[in-house]
Design a protein. Structure first.
Lengths: 163, 515
């Protein structure tokens, strides 16, 4: 990896991490939601660096475009949260968080120092065809079941939220 | 891509899926009718019975479904074999019994009764999918499917603070374990290069592919992360913290459901993934199971001693029961699952751990659900779920008291009840595999459990009731109670056909044997 790519990687990673920290440290849920958009966008940048342009586009369209906006709408529609900005958004257990983060760091670094064999094949420029065939080939059943899961989640949301 | 045979063998799931949607739609059109609930309840019950018959009809089938057309020899994402059939039947039976016990209970407690029936059917679908999944993607999606229906059902009583609290805790805990499970699956995918359990096993069986490379060091973290996901569904220690709150807050029929259905489905998935994909690592995961089984039994039983809410007490009791089942998993012999007859490979009488787990789950299903029907009845008729609410139950509902006493004896494992057969089989498997310490811890725990079961029995038999009016169980609850009671005694008195059923059900399609 040359210097240019490395510096891009560092910038994108910093954006992702700052966004993630912002989510947990923001004073209001609404601000957390905004920070989440930044973090999602950073992850899209990582996908671009990994030569997965389709995944990056999907990340921006679905997570940045739809999921984050939906979260912000949900927050704005929740009267009690919008009305009272004084509620703390985290439980301030920094010690426990530090332990978990350290453990996670150990596992992740163990994973990344492995001698992964780099693939000799060049990645497909647009993997959409292969993705479509995978969805309707070996992953047909999970692909169809996901729609049932979404239906059930929708029914559940109505039950739990209808006035 | 999808052949006619696939549809035929996927019939139980198809019935549940179409049935669940049909109940939702019928609920909409019957909204104005006064007899809507009774009709919906009978229709839902008919759907479940139809799915049960369709599952039982596939006894002895062993086939992989949804194979890719590009590579027709490769196994697909779902299999129907003896193991799937067993857990399909367990899942549907659990829902039928809980359903019978809850029809009267949900009346008047929630405005969404049609949706409640539909969600029960969808939960059953999720559990049957878990039973037959042979692809990591399918494994995680069906696990998540069952989790989502469980969260909704736990928080069903919207006006009840405890119900909300239980559901939120369950949801938060579940979301994190889902993420960890995904991470574990991605590690396994990274090591083996496939999400299909059979392909993963084939990669590990190839002595030149992975064995000896640095990739091997990632397999153990993957196993632990996957165990976190399955352990969460089963409520194994240390993934159990959600369960007492969720059990206490959930509507009592849902508690009954959670204490059996997801546990059984979680065990199905745990056994399937580890036995099919990771037979090369049997020593590693069996060792993990020994440790987890020991802490699960001990913590469940010791914390149960100090509980005063019956639903919480039974939550800890069911954690301990899952620990006993795990003894069987630790004594699993992969050779037996692969279809080599017990005894062929080694010493005379061979008790297989998997058969022990299946038998234990079968016994536990009827025992624990029977006990919970009593809890549902007391909650429904007397409005109490604390220990003093059970005072003098003998005088208020003599038959229920006697039945519940039998269920308690079965949970402890005293003959001639089903629990004895289950315990005998898992402990037998442990001793045959020379896991003496594990068996000893299990036996000590069995003694501890007597103490807190006896506290409830003492209330029921010896205390004077605060309100001596007799409790009359509704007909559907009585029917469910009779089903559980007769099967608990039947398995205990005539175990032979049930043992045969469990022995036939341990065969999983195409399990690789270490040569």
């Amino acid at each position: 990896m040359n210097v240019f790519l490395t510096s891009i990687f560092v910038i994108v990673s910093v954006i992702t991490l700052v966004g993630a920290l912002g989510v947990v440290m923001a004073r209001t849920v609404f601000a957390s939601g905004l920070w989440l958009i930044l973090s999602f966008a950073g992850v899209a940048g990582l996908y671009v660096l990994l030569e997965a342009p389709f995944l990056a586009a999907a990340q921006i369209l679905i997570y940045v475009g739809a999921v984050a906006v939906l979260i912000l709408f949900a927050v704005m529609l929740t009267r009690r949260v919008m009305g009272d900005p004084g509620v703390s958004q985290n439980n301030s257990q920094w010690g426990a968080a530090a332990v978990v983060a350290a453990l996670m760091f150990i596992v992740l670094s163990l994973t990344s120092v492995q001698n992964w064999r780099p693939s000799t094949e060049s990645p497909p420029l647009l993997a959409v065809n292969a993705l479509g065939e995978a969805f309707l080939g070996p992953y047909l059943l999970p692909f169809e079941i996901v729609s049932v899961v979404l239906l059930v989640a929708l029914v559940g949301a109505i039950i739990l939220a209808r006035e | 891509m999808v052949s006619g045979l696939d549809f035929q063998l996927f019939l139980p799931e198809t019935i549940l899926l179409v049935g669940g949607i049909a109940v939702l739609i019928a609920d909409l059109f019957l909204r104005e009718r006064a007899d809507r609930e009774t009709n919906l309840a009978w229709v839902s019950l008919a759907i479940l019975v139809a799915a049960l018959v369709a599952s039982a009809a596939q006894y002895g089938v062993s086939e992989s479904l949804f194979r890719s057309s590009a590579d027709p020899v490769a196994p697909g994402a779902f299999v129907v074999d003896g193991f799937t059939t067993f857990f399909r039947i367990i899942a549907i039976l659990t829902t039928i019994i809980v359903f019978l016990a809850s029809v009267e209970y949900v009346r008047g407690r929630t405005a969404f009764r049609g949706e409640f029936f539909a969600l029960m059917i969808f939960s059953t679908l999720a559990m049957t999918l878990m039973a037959g999944s042979t692809d990591l993607v399918m494994v995680i999606i069906s696990l998540e499917f069952l989790s989502i229906t469980s969260y909704i059902l736990t928080g069903y009583l919207r006006g009840n603070v405890k119900s909300n609290e239980g559901a939120v805790k369950y949801f938060l805990y579940g979301s994190i374990t889902t993420a960890i499970t995904f991470y574990g699956a991605s590690l396994l995918f990274g090591v083996a290069g496939s999400t299909n359990l059979y392909d993963i096993a084939a990669r590990f069986a190839d002595p030149t592919a992975i064995i000896g490379t640095p990739l091997m060091s990632l397999v153990l973290p993957a196993i632990i992360f996957l165990l976190a996901g399955f352990g969460f569904k089963i409520a194994l220690v240390p993934f159990h913290q959600w369960s007492p709150d969720a059990y206490e807050g959930a509507p009592t029929p849902v508690t009954a459901f959670l204490s059996v259905g997801p546990k059984a489905a979680g065990f199905a998935m745990l056994l399937r993934v580890f036995a099919v994909a990771l037979p090369e690592f049997t020593h590693e995961w069996a060792a993990l199971m020994i440790g987890v089984a020991m802490v699960t039994m001990t913590l469940g039983n010791i914390v149960a001693l100090s509980q005063t809410n019956v639903k919480r007490l039974l939550a800890y009791s069911s954690i301990a029961q899952a620990g006993y089942m795990l003894i069987g998993v630790a004594g699993v012999s992969v050779a037996n699952i692969a279809g080599i007859a017990p005894g062929e490979g080694g010493a005379g009488l061979a008790i297989d751990g998997t058969a022990g787990v299946l038998l234990y789950i079968l016994a536990y299903l009827f025992t624990n659900l029977g006990l919970f029907i009593g809890v549902i009845a007391v909650d429904y008729l007397a409005g109490s779920d604390t220990l003093p609410g059970y005072a003098g139950l003998l005088r208020r509902a003599p038959f229920l008291t006697v039945a519940m006493t039998i269920f308690f004896l079965s949970l402890v494992g005293i003959p001639p009840t089903a629990g004895f057969i289950g315990k005998f089989w898992v402990f037998g498997a442990a001793i045959q595999n020379q896991l003496f310490a594990l068996a000893a811890v299990g036996a000590i725990n069995g003694v501890i459990s007597v103490v807190y079961y006896f506290r409830i029995l003492k209330q029921m038999w010896y205390e004077a009731p605060a309100d001596p009016t007799p409790l009359r169980l509704p007909g559907t609850m009585n029917a469910a109670l009779w089903i559980c009671l007769s099967l608990t005694l039947l398995i205990g008195l005539f175990p032979a056909p049930f043992i045969e059923f469990a022995n036939q059900s341990i065969h999983m399609l195409g399990v690789f044997v270490r040569s």
